[in-house]
Design a protein around this ligand. Structure first.
Ligand code: AQP
Length: 328
C-alpha cells in the first residue's frame, strides 16, 4: 500500500522554540514511518521580515542541522531548502492571480506580523499565504502537519486549489491540515494569552531548543501562573494549562495521573518537575546539533540530495499548472 504524502516547512528566522517543536517538528519526527515525508526550510518566507543576508544563509544551515538533530531521518524524509526549487515562487505567482484580495485580507497572521513590524509592511508579507499554498500544492500532498496558527493559511490553500481545479482542470491534490491534539498552540511562558513565538522579545517568553539547562530551569520557574492552589488541567487557567500540557507531551503520562502526582503540591514543585523533564528530553538534541554543526559540508550535501529528490514532483506540478492557465 502506498503511504500518504505530507509536506511541512519552517522558517530560519531564529532558534526554534518549544512551540515549533511540539506543534510541528516533533510530530514530523514521530510520524516519519507512517508517511512519505517532504520537509523544507522555508527561507523565502523568512525574507518577508528584513534579514541580514549573511546571517540568513547561516541560519538556514543551522535550522537544517537542528531538524536533523531533532530526529528527521533522511532515509525516511526529504529535507531541502525552499529557494533551491524555483517552482515555489513561480507557482505562487499563478496562485496570486487566482486569490481574491478579500480572501487574502482576512489572514490574521498578516495583521499580527505587520503590527509587530510597522516599518516594513511589504507586499511579500501580505502574499505570504500564496507562497505557502504553492509550497504545499507543488508536492501533491495528502496532509500538512502544522501548529494551530497555520490553520487559516491551510484553509486558503485548500480554497485556491479547489477553485483552480474547477476553473482550469484537475491539477492539485487537496491537502488536509494535520494539527496535534496537544501542543498545537504552546503559549508564551511570560504571557499565556499569546502564542510562543521566535520574534517575541520577553526574556522569559520562550524555551529555545538550544537553551542551557540552567536557562530552561530559570524560565520555567518564572513562568506566569495564577493565585489558585490546585494543579489540574483547566483551560480557564491558561498559564497552568500550558505548563501541564508541556509536561503531558514530554512524560506521555495521562492527565489523571499527572493531576494525582501533584495533589497537595505547589507551583514551585510543578515548575521544577517540568523543567527537569524538558532539560533531559532536549539534551540529546542539543548534543547532536553541536556535532552536526561541525560538519556543514554534510548538511549541505543532505539538503542538495533532498532538493534533487523532490524537484521532479515540483516541476511536473508546475508545468501542468502553467499549461492549464495558458502560459507557454
Ligand atoms: N506557539 C506555537 N505552538 C505550536 N506550534 C507553533 N508553531 C509556531 N509557533 C507555535 C508552528 O511551528 C511551525 C513552524 O513555524 P514557522 O517557522 O513558520 O514560524 P512561525 O509560525 O511564524 O513561528 P514563530 O515562532 O511565531 O516565528 P515568528 O515569531 O518569526 O513569527 C508551524 O507549523 C507553526 O504552526
Amino acid at each position: 500500500m502506498t503511504k500518504k504524502r505530507v509536506f511541512s516547512g519552517i522558517q530560519p528566522t531564529g532558534t526554534i522554540h518549544l512551540g515549533n517543536y511540539l506543534g510541528a517538528v516533533k510530530n514530523w519526527v514521530d510520524s516519519q514511518e507512517r508517511y512519505e515525508n517532504i520537509f523544507c526550510v522555508v527561507n523565502s518566507h523568512a525574507i518577508t521580515i528584513k534579514q541580514d543576508p549573511k546571517q540568513l544563509a547561516q541560519k538556514t544551515y543551522e535550522l537544517a542541522a537542528m531538524l536533523l538533530a531533532c530526529g528527521i531521518d533522511t532515509k525516511k524524509s526529504s529535507l531541502f531548502i525552499q529557494s533551491q526549487i524555483d517552482e515555489h515562487a513561480a507557482l505562487a505567482w499563478i496562485l496570486d492571480c487566482n486569490i481574491p484580495m478579500g480572501d487574502m485580507s482576512r489572514m490574521t497572521q498578516f495583521k499580527d506580523k505587520s503590527a509587530k513590524n510597522p516599518k516594513n509592511i511589504n507586499v511579500g508579507l501580505f502574499n505570504y499565504p500564496a507562497l505557502m499554498a504553492a509550497d504545499i500544492l507543488l508536492y501533491q500532498v495528502d496532509g500538512v502537519p502544522v501548529g494551530e496558527d497555520q490553520k487559516q493559511h491551510l484553509e486558503l490553500t485548500r480554497d485556491v486549489a479547489m477553485r483552480f481545479n474547477r476553473d482550469y482542470g484537475e491539477c492539485f491534490k487537496i491537502p488536509e491540515a494535520l494539527i496535534p491534539k496537544v501542543g498545537a498552540r504552546v503559549m508564551g511562558l511570560d504571557n499565556p494569552e499569546s502564542k510562543m513565538s521566535k520574534s517575541s522579545s520577553g526574556a522569559n517568553h520562550a524555551i529555545f531548543l538550544l537553551d542551557t539547562p540552567e536557562v530552561i530551569m530559570t524560565k520555567f520557574k518564572k513562568a506566569t501562573t495564577d493565585s489558585h492552589n490546585t494543579i489540574v488541567f483547566d483551560t480557564t487557567r491558561p498559564g497552568l494549562y500550558n505548563l501541564l500540557s508541556i509536561y503531558e507531551i514530554f512524560t506521555h503520562k495521562s492527565r489523571e495521573s499527572i493531576e494525582e502526582e501533584f495533589v497537595g503540591k505547589g507551583y514551585g514543585h510543578l515548575k521544577t518537575a517540568i523543567a527537569e523533564v524538558v532539560i533531559e528530553s532536549l539534551r540529546p538534541i542539543r548534543e547532536t546539533y553541536k556535532k552536526l554543526m561541525n560538519d556543514q559540508a554534510y548538511i549541505k550535501q543532505i539538503l542538495d540530495e533532498g532538493a534533487q529528490k523532490v524537484r521532479p514532483i515540483a516541476t511536473s506540478t508546475y508545468n501542468k499548472a502553467k499549461e492549464l492557465v495558458g502560459l507557454i
